[in-house]
Ligand binder design. Structure first.
Ligand code: GAL
Length: 492
């Protein structure tokens, strides 16, 4: 979101495009020039459902600033479902919900902007929103103009009551493109976040009209619990009944098959974060947060920021994990190993997985995910990291390992508690990184230790990565060529 107002560039020839891409990386691929790295922010829905109001918004907005979330990049505050009255005005304009927002939406929007935050709104590409409030189907231009007049910066656009206009990619794309065009015609920059739960495979068509699209039914605050409301299992990546109540492992399973079109300015959205809502253990929330970051999902918190525990605060502010999310390469990890294990949890779930990918400046990321019911030793060779070919030159090099959850980078519980209780300013907290002062890209180029992670040894060429991984836990490393500075080859 720091790059919300990034540039879009017209190109006149393939040669120029090639030169441009070499210069600015993948940045010009974004359909509207916005969200050059995955969007970050906070949304009302996971913690408050439809029962939020002005004071909820302003309390959480104040915490975004005072706890340093804004300066990590969590900048958009999204008013989810139920922000309007149940009826439109006589001329069809949406009306802000007067009981919820006595000061008026405009005044709240102004306060958010004064805080240096963005104002996010919600509607549905249907007759009604999921909560039964007016939807924007057929009112795209009018609604976009209303949001723009109040200075909105972001739209989350749902799929309820869509009048049967789904079932083929064209039907869905046309419906969502109507709003994309309406937003563009306001002349205001809107980050556009589709929320059609993976219906009609938006990962195949939405990158030309939007900045992100949900790939699954709604998340629930659980690691692996199956529910009948989320009928498709983790291996059914394309689901006719996306539902709701989907666990972290269910959504990760779906995400593992969807690689296409994730690029600067367009992201597969695994749904909002549950960290801080109490349904998962510390290790499970670390899995959830790490994997959402490494897959380049938008990172939209969905918790009560005035009730955060020190542990959850330390997770959400972990600079080495956020540096992977906001890495300029915008390259998502993929799953290379999935293996059933005998030690299933109470829900009958038990798997180990390895995910890996590349980062800017030649760094790599490797994650061992132990979704078994006991802690275990996991290992994976460099040859496997680099495609299984023993002759691969990268596999023959030595790599320094950096633990992104090591104690150099995660804020300690004591420090986190002091910031939360107001006895320590976040800017003075060990383990805090201010990305407003120094962008993620610059910090990475400078090899800021907070962003790289805690040194965890070197694996020699042809060697093996190994770690003891807790139950429902993760070991995630950044790998950097040993002896290198992390700079591009032509800078060495
Ligand atoms: C769902 C959506 C949720 C939330 C909810 C509001 O369709 O996936 O994220 O917006 O509607 O009613």
């Amino acid at each position: 979101m720091a790059s919300k107002f990034g540039s879009s560039t017209a190109v006149s020839s393939c040669l120029f495009l090639a030169l441009l891409l070499e210069t600015v990386g993948a940045a010009s691929l974004s359909y509207n020039g916005l969200a050059q790295t995955p969007q970050m922010g906070w949304d009302t829905y996971n913690a408050y459902a439809l029962a939020y109001n002005e004071s909820t918004i302003l309390t959480n907005a104040e915490r975004l600033v005072s706890l340093g979330f804004r300066d990590l990049g969590y900048r958009v505050v999204i008013f989810d479902d139920a922000m309007t009255e149940l009826n439109r005005s006589a001329n069809g304009t949406l009306i802000a919900n007067a009981a919820k927002f006595p000061s008026g939406l405009q005044s709240i929007a102004n306060q958010l902007h004064d805080y240096g935050l963005y104002f996010g709104v919600y509607s549905s590409a249907g007759k009604y929103t999921c909560g039964g409030y007016p939807g924007s189907l057929g009112y795209e231009t009018q609604d976009a103009a209303w949001w723009a007049s109040m200075g909105a910066d972001y739209l989350k656009y749902d799929n309820c009551y869509n009048e049967g206009l789904s079932g083929t990619p064209k039907l869905s794309q046309d419906r969502y493109a109507a709003m994309s065009n309406a937003l563009n015609s306001t002349g205001r920059d809107f980050v556009y976040s589709l929320c059609n739960w993976g219906d009609d495979k938006p990962w195949e068509w939405a990158s030309t009209i939007a900045n992100s699209a949900r790939i699954s039914g709604d998340i629930q605050d659980s690691f692996s619990m199956p529910t009948t409301s989320c009928p498709c299992g983790p291996d059914e990546y394309y689901c006719q009944l996306p539902g709701y109540g989907c666990s972290v492992m269910n959504i990760l399973g779906k995400a593992s098959s969807i690689r296409s079109k994730n690029q600067a300015g367009y992201y597969n959205d695994l749904d909002m974060l549950e960290v801080g809502n109490g349904g998962m253990s510390y290790d499970e929330y670390k899995v959830h947060f790490s994997m959402w970051a490494a897959i380049k999902s938008p990172l939209i918190m969905g918790n009560k920021l005035d009730q955060l525990s020190p542990e959850d605060y330390a997770i959400l502010t972990n600079p080495a994990v956020l540096a992977i999310s906001q890495d300029p390469s915008v390259s998502a990890v993929s799953r290379t190993v999935t293996q059933q294990v005998d030690d299933k949890d109470a829900w009958g779930f038990g798997e180990v997985q390895v995910w890996q990918g590349s980062l800017s400046n030649g760094d790599q990321v490797v994650a061992f995910l132990n979704a078994g019911n006991n802690s275990r030793t996991m290992s994976y060779s460099l040859v496997d990291v680099f495609g299984g070919l023993r002759t691969n030159t990268n596999a023959q090099k030595s790599w320094d390992l950096f633990d992104v959850w090591g104690n150099h980078t995660v804020m300690s519980t004591e420090v986190a508690a002091q910031v939360l209780n107001g006895t320590l300013a976040v800017g003075n907290a060990t383990g805090y990184y201010n990305a407003s002062e120094t962008t993620w890209a610059t910090g990475l180029n400078q090899s800021n230790p907070l962003l790289i992670g805690t040194p965890a040894g070197t694996v020699q060429g042809g060697g093996t990565l190994q770690a003891e991984v807790p139950r429902h836990g993760i070991q995630m490393w950044r790998l950097r060529q040993a002896g290198g500075s992390g700079k591009k080859r032509d800078e060495l």
